[in-house]
Design a protein around this ligand. Structure first.
Ligand code: MG
Length: 129
């Protein structure tokens, strides 16, 4: 089963790097969608079937934390797994995001970290090991 992924980051370079890293990680990737801020991310979630959201924190218009709050308030999106990929160094903020159910990956990251994190939260790929 392939997973459809939404990548939300205000840097197009970072979005491309995350996507490339995910493809290198060997995970079964289905459709991929990109958004440049939280509002675009919420719009994409309304328009497409998405199995996993990769979300940056610091973005203009709507940041990642507010996007995650909005996702949690909406019955249609509250169960979608979220991975936050950020340079965020504040333990308080990281813990708060984890309290909202998001997994956290620190930039810079490796394909292995991405693969292991996504496998852990989705269960995908475990039978292949
Ligand atoms: Mg950013």
């Amino acid at each position: 089963m392939a997973i459809n992924i939404l990548i939300v980051d205000d840097s197009s370079v970072m979005r491309a790097m995350i996507l490339k890293t995910m493809r290198m990680s060997g995970l079964p990737i289905g459709e991929t969608y990109q958004a440049a801020n939280g509002q675009e991310g919420l719009d994409a979630l309304e328009q497409h079937w998405i199995d996993l959201a990769i979300v940056d924190i610091n973005m203009p218009v709507m940041n990642g934390e507010e996007m995650i709050d909005r996702m949690q308030e909406n019955p249609d999106t509250k169960d979608i797994p979220i991975v936050v990929i950020s340079t965020e160094g504040s333990e308080t903020r990281i813990e708060r995001l984890q309290g909202k159910g998001a997994s956290f990956i620190q930039k810079p990251f490796t394909p292995e970290i991405i693969r292991d994190t996504i496998m852990a939260i989705t269960g995908i790929g475990e039978s292949d090991e």
